[in-house]
Design a protein around this ligand. Structure first.
Ligand SMILES: Nc1ncnc2c1ncn2[C@@H]1O[C@H](COP(=O)(O)OP(=O)(O)OP(=O)(O)O)[C@@H](O)[C@H]1O
Length: 263
């Protein structure tokens, strides 16, 4: 059954998403739903297909097959309307080197069509909430990796999107900055945003996520709340063990056999 048939309240719904890069099958049939006020984590080993999946969900990459709906709007049929509902943080987002974070936010706010007075107030709020005051007016070229990441996150939050898609939002951040970003994501959830993010940090996923989707070789091998995931992964004692169980076992084959050979 299509995911949105079982979740009519979905803010984000993917149905049968597939992506081929030549002979490489990066995503091999992904179904996923995220509801308003929910954080879903996409976890998988390197090369599992997380970035490819998130880019298709954000409308940056065209799927080979399958469908994405954002707030019920079909991404292929009405891409501008669907994308307007999304804040996307890509793993390789670059800031314009000569612009400060404040100027960058002004630029993207205008592209989003935010009225000038409201935009100024919104940027002030983001600078305060993301603790960017000490560097908001410096050229981006002079910022540290963590400062740049805060500015990129501010850009994703800027237009108050109902769906946030964040590819490794705490990548390369120290523990303090990482925790700060995680708390910022929790605040966005409290505002009713639907949030999908990828990470390699298991503790972060356990702390932040309402549900976790484990992806391996382009397929979701299990999905649910952490205790249920652990129970289904041979009574794994934590998320790391559940993750390793699935990776070592391998992704299910089309014929239903387990390629890893384990139970
Ligand atoms: N532009 C591309 N052209 C060809 N193959 C690609 C391209 N982008 C990704 N791939 C391949 O698709 C597969 C999935 O890659 P993807 O970047 O989605 O994985 P990932 O789960 O995000 O990995 P990581 O955790 O290392 O960032 C990999 O085998 C990768 O080599």
């Amino acid at each position: 059954m299509p995911p949105e048939a079982t979740a009519p309240d979905a803010a984000l719904a993917a149905e049968g998403l597939v992506k081929h890069y030549g002979p490489t099958i990066a995503v091999a049939g992904l179904d996923l739903v995220v509801r308003p006020g929910e954080v879903v984590g996409l976890l998988g080993p390197n090369g599992a297909g997380k970035t490819t999946a998130l880019r298709m969900l954000a409308g940056i990459l065209r799927p080979t097959q399958g469908r994405v709906r954002i707030g019920g709007i079909d991404m292929a049929e009405r891409p501008l309307e669907a994308k307007a509902l999304i804040g996307f943080l890509s793993g390789d987002t670059q800031l314009y080197q000569r612009l400060s974070p404040r100027e960058t936010l002004q630029y993207f706010g205008r592209l989003h069509g935010l009225p000038e007075a409201a935009l100024g107030a919104r940027i002030d709020d983001l600078v305060r909430d993301l603790e960017m005051a000490s560097f908001a007016d410096r050229p981006s070229a002079t910022l540290s990796a963590g400062q740049k990441q805060r500015a990129n996150i501010a850009r994703a939050f800027l237009h108050g999107p109902s769906v946030l898609i964040l590819d490794e939002p705490t990548n390369a951040l120290d523990v303090l900055s990482g925790r700060f970003i995680v708390e910022s994501i929790r605040k966005e959830r409290a505002k009713g945003r639907a949030i999908l993010f990828s990470t390699h940090i298991m503790s972060e996923a356990e702390y932040l996520c309402d549900r976790i989707a484990l992806i391996h070789e382009g397929r979701i091998v299990d999905e649910g709340e952490v205790p249920a995931l652990c129970a289904r992964a041979g009574d794994a004692k934590n998320l790391t063990d559940a993750f390793l169980y699935h990776v070592e076992r391998g992704a299910p084959r089309a014929d239903g056999a387990s390629p890893g050979g384990a139970a």
